[in-house]
Design a protein around this ligand. Structure first.
Ligand code: TYD
Length: 211
């Protein structure tokens, strides 16, 4: 039985997910909620090793199917080792990316299809889905500009702008497919304004959850 909430952040590279995740973490801690924050791909030793293979700029020959399976393998380890046991203990887990990243990057941008990615990931996640997902909506051109100023780009970030546009369009499509779960947050209106819309959704979720 799940007792903790699973909250995820999604968006293109450089969309401001991490900043909002930190703000939400502080907000929930102040409310006395037990929190664990994680990032994907990674989060535990085995998954961090898989992350290095996936994001290594030298791995130019990696096929889209290999890429999908590696992300799913990294996720399966994180779910079984940390996410599932934490939720069962009543800990709220906030994750920087989760299964929606695979739907969008591998399913839509790489063209494997959402159905294929879902089939594989239902096994990886043991059918665990987030209670709420925040999609940080910022134009891909702006996001990339922010991202490239921050650090050296990895294999996925090195994809051309049309890939990043496909990722962006993919997220918009996903938001339409799962409107109950995925909330679109305008990422271009400033950190505080974006966080106040996140806070509204979270307060509402907590009210429903605590009842
Ligand atoms: P990371 O440096 O964590 O990016 P960010 O800070 O933007 O989250 O790198 C993760 C990269 O992997 C990012 O480009 C998105 C991609 N990705 C997928 O393609 N599929 C997935 O399932 C996940 C979790 C990430």
């Amino acid at each position: 039985m799940r007792k903790g909430l699973l909250i995820t952040f999604e968006g293109g590279d450089g969309s401001g997910k991490s900043t909002q995740l930190s703000l939400l973490k502080e907000y929930l801690i102040q409310k006395g909620i037990k929190i664990l924050t994680l990032r994907e791909p990674g989060g535990v030793a085995i998954s961090e090793k898989i992350r290095k293979i996936i994001l290594d700029n030298k791995n130019t020959e990696m096929s889209p199917v290999t890429e999908m399976l590696l992300y799913a393998a990294s996720r399966a380890q994180l779910v079984s080792q940390v996410i599932k046991p934490s939720l069962e203990k009543g800990i709220t887990v906030i994750c920087d990316r989760f299964v929606d990243s695979s739907y969008v990057y591998q399913g839509l941008a790489r063209g494997l299809g959402i159905d294929t990615v879902k089939l594989v990931n239902d096994i990886a996640t043991e059918y665990i889905l987030p209670d709420i997902t925040f999609f940080m909506d910022i134009a891909p051109e702006l996001a990339l500009k922010r991202r490239f100023n921050a650090s050296i780009p990895d294999r996925l970030e090195n994809e051309n702008i049309s890939f990043h546009r496909d990722v962006y369009m993919g997220y918009l499509k996903l938001t339409e497919l799962y409107p109950e779960r995925i909330k679109r947050i305008n990422g271009e209106i400033g950190i505080n304004a974006a966080f106040s819309s996140i806070k509204k959704y979270i307060d509402d979720l907590l009210c429903r959850y605590i009842k």
